[in-house]
Design a protein around this ligand. Structure first.
Ligand code: NAG
Ligand code: NAG
Ligand code: NAG
Ligand code: NAG
Length: 685
């Protein structure tokens, strides 16, 4: 507004000049009549000179020769302005006291009258005068001719033909183009700190003002106002509202504006905002000296809503402000978790709204996950829990049915790399639990001194299998998936027809359970039904048996049974001839010398033709007096020998001539001949 006002006034002046130039000359020439010849007598001639307004008229003489006389009494040239004589001239040259010389005469305005008067003679032939006049610019600013109502109140600028008024800093020119009033100042303050005050402060503020100031700094900064002590805004006593005519209103977005007046400085106002509007208002009366303030800003603070346990915040400052970054790292053994998910690193920035752009994560203890299951074994925590860092676990096998190989470590620790590590060992593989063979988990009520068909107690022969193929037979558990039997039991049988039952001594109970599903049959390749040589076969099960006190494997033999050694044979066929048993029975029988057995069989061959030849793959067991023996239905069952409390399968019930007759012995497959074949078959299948 103020600037455009200035431009308007300049245009206005130019307009005046333009008009004047059109009708009035800027300069002119005048001379005495007849010049350059002597002037006539009895003259009274007047020139009314005028130049455009806004200029002064200046006249200068380039020649003047008028009869000299005291006070130019006879002839003279007179210059007047509004009847006021500016000069009266006569004389021949500048030595004459009334001669104008080189002096210019300037009119106070744009007009001038020149009068030339002569008396009745010009006897000395004076030539008269020649003069120029021109418009010269008035210095209105220094001129005292301007009437007081036209003078500039502050700064006057002289211009060609006119003048301009302007104001000191902090003031602006009013509509009269002449007087200056105080500026409201300010407008928008964008610096992070600064000051502002009401117009005229600390002198009286102009009346009828409504000055607006806005402090606007970037979001993320908060403005604090610090009002100076010297504060005075008109305050009408006992008038409600108190700040009725003059006031300072402070507005912060989202809050009710506050009005201030009176003599008490508001002091410090913490706005918590990056935008503050101030309105200073005066009406047409009263007096206020106003206010002055300095404002400062500080960055918004982001608070840490909680401590980080088991972790570190960097950098570590007492407070964090807008644009600060923090990093969080967890202590060794802890991991960064955010919203239930693990993150690899964490960094967050304090935002302009005083919040972190990401909320703080947790440091959670690392864990190694569930340790691997140990088949036929279990895990105990030696220390720690939840699979957490530094927990120590110990594997154990389900004793007494399974056991580790001695070399294996059984303790594992949850390490920093989140893996279970065996102590003092780089191996992460867990050990295996191997079945314990040749043991029984029963305390027998009798010492087993009785020979012959005794009923077996529960768990006494846990390796005993009840086998049904084309008929009833027996078999021997030798591994988790392996059953040993006589080859002739599987003669003309398919794996589907082979039904194996374990876990009880009672046939009717066994038959209530599901038979063990068979995967494959492995009859010794050199078995011949014609001579019963190599009467040995393996049955592979589809899934491993879990051993317990009722089912356990027997050990394979390390060495041959010597003649005279006592063996024990169990079986479901072991009773008087022709009768099959419901309960498992057993007999203890001595191993018979191979030569004695030969002879026994030779004798039998005299009565019974086609008695099979006795080979080195067979041995005999039994009592010379007969009575207690194995018989049909026992085929495939084990003859075991106990050695250091461990039972080994020495023989498989194979064949015999009659059952329980004196001088006759049962014939058994000599298992020591086949341990390599058994191990190879089990490894390869
Ligand atoms: C407020 O201003 C006064 C004087 O200008 C100064 O002494 C004082 O320290 C300031 N207060 C704050 C909090 O800035
Ligand atoms: C049988 O096994 C259990 C553990 O399952 C054991 O406590 C018990 O002593 C064992 N008994 C015999 C006679 O070995
Ligand atoms: C055969 O076993 C029975 C027990 O069932 C026993 O009484 C008998 O003495 C045994 N016979 C011989 C000859 O050892
Ligand atoms: C310089 C000059 O011309 N001076 C003359 C002025 O007039 C007087 C007579 O009035 C002469 O005597 C001067 O010589």
């Amino acid at each position: 507004m103020r600037r455009s006002g200035l431009i308007l006034s300049v245009l206005f002046v130019f307009l005046n000049v333009g008009v004047s130039v059109g009708s009035l000359a800027m300069h002119g020439h005048l001379q005495s009549p007849l010049y350059p010849n002597p002037y006539p007598a009895n003259l009274h001639k007047q020139w009314d000179l005028e130049v455009p307004s806004g200029y002064q008229l200046q006249i200068s003489f380039n020649y003047l020769d008028i009869e000299p006389s005291v006070n130019c009494y006879y002839d003279y040239l007179m210059v007047l302005h509004s009847k006021k004589i500016l000069g009266k001239f006569c004389g021949r040259n500048s030595t004459d006291p009334h001669h104008p010389g080189n002096k210019n005469i300037v009119s106070p305005s744009n007009r001038l009258q020149v009068v030339f008067v002569t008396d009745e003679t010009n006897s000395e032939n004076h030539l008269g005068f020649s003069a120029f006049y021109q418009a010269i610019d008035i210095d209105e600013c220094s001129s005292t001719s301007l009437d007081p109502d036209s003078r500039c109140s502050q700064i006057c600028l002289n211009t060609l033909g006119s003048y301009l008024c302007t104001c000191y800093h902090g003031y602006h020119l009013r509509g009269d183009q002449r007087t200056c009033v105080l500026d409201c100042g300010g407008g928008v303050f964008k610096e992070l700190e600064g000051g502002l005050s009401s117009p005229g402060y600390p002198n009286s503020a102009p009346l009828g003002q409504n000055c607006l100031y806005t402090i606007s700094v970037p979001p993320g900064f908060q403005i604090t106002l610090n009002f100076s002590e010297n504060f005075q805004i008109e305050h009408i006593q006992h008038q409600e509202p108190v700040c009725l005519f003059h006031w300072l209103k402070v507005s912060v977005p989202g809050e009710t504006p506050k009005k201030f007046c009176g003599n008490k400085s508001p002091g410090i106002i913490t706005t918590n905002s990056h935008l503050v509007d101030l309105e200073f208002h005066t009406d047409g009366a009263g007096e206020s000296r106003g206010f002055s303030l300095r404002y400062t800003t500080n960055r918004v603070e982001c608070k840490l809503e909680r401590k980080i346990t088991n972790g570190k915040i960097t950098p570590n400052f007492p407070k964090y402000f807008y644009r600060d970054y923090i990093y969080i790292r967890c202590d060794n053994g802890y991991k960064l978790m955010m919203e239930g998910k693990e993150i690899s690193s964490f960094k967050t920035m304090c935002q302009e709204d005083g919040r972190w752009h990401l909320s703080l994560p947790q440091c959670q203890i690392i864990d190694c996950g569930e340790p691997k299951d140990l088949r036929n074994g279990g895990i105990n925590f030696l220390s720690g829990s939840g699979n957490e860092y530094k927990s120590v676990i110990q594997y154990h096998c389900n004793e007494p049915f399974y056991t580790f190989n001695q070399a294996n470590k059984v303790s594992f620790t949850c390490t920093l790399n989140r893996k279970w590590k065996a102590e003092g060992n780089d191996i992460e593989e867990i050990p295996n639990c191997y079945p314990v063979c040749g043991r029984r988990n029963v305390s027998l009520s009798v010492s087993g001194r009785v020979f012959g068909g005794e009923l077996a107690e529960k768990g006494m022969f846990p390796w005993q299998v009840f086998l049904i193929t084309h008929g009833r037979g027996g078999a021997i558990v030798v591994g988790e998936k392996w059953i040993l039997t006589a080859a002739h039991n599987l003669e003309k049988s398919s794996k589907e027809r082979v039904k194996s039952y374990v876990g009880s001594n009672i046939v009717t109970e066994l038959l209530k359970s599901e038979p063990l599903p068979v995967e494959s049959l492995h009859v010794h390749p050199e078995f011949k039904i014609s001579d019963f040589n190599n009467d040995i076969a393996l049955i592979k099960l589809q899934s491993p048996i879990t051993f317990n006190e009722n089912v356990m494997p027997v050990c394979l033999p390390e060495q041959d049974g010597q003649s005279g050694n006592m063996g024990t044979v169990s079986g479901f066929g072991l009773t008087e001839e022709q009768n099959t048993a419901d309960a498992l029975r057993y007999v203890r029988l001595p191993i018979v010398d191979q030569q004695v057995c030969h002879e026994s069989l030779n004798k039998a061959r005299q009565i019974v033709p086609n008695v099979y030849p006795l080979t080195e793959n067979m041995f005999c067991a039994g009592l010379p007096e007969g009575g207690n023996d194995t018989c049909r239905g026992d085929s495939g069952s084990a003859l075991v020998i106990k050695n250091n409390d461990v039972f080994h399968v020495a023989g498989i019930v194979s064949w015999g001539v009659d059952c329980g007759k004196p001088g006759r012995y049962g014939v058994y497959t000599r298992v020591t001949q086949y341990t390599d074949w058994i191990r190879k078959t089990m490894e390869e299948n």
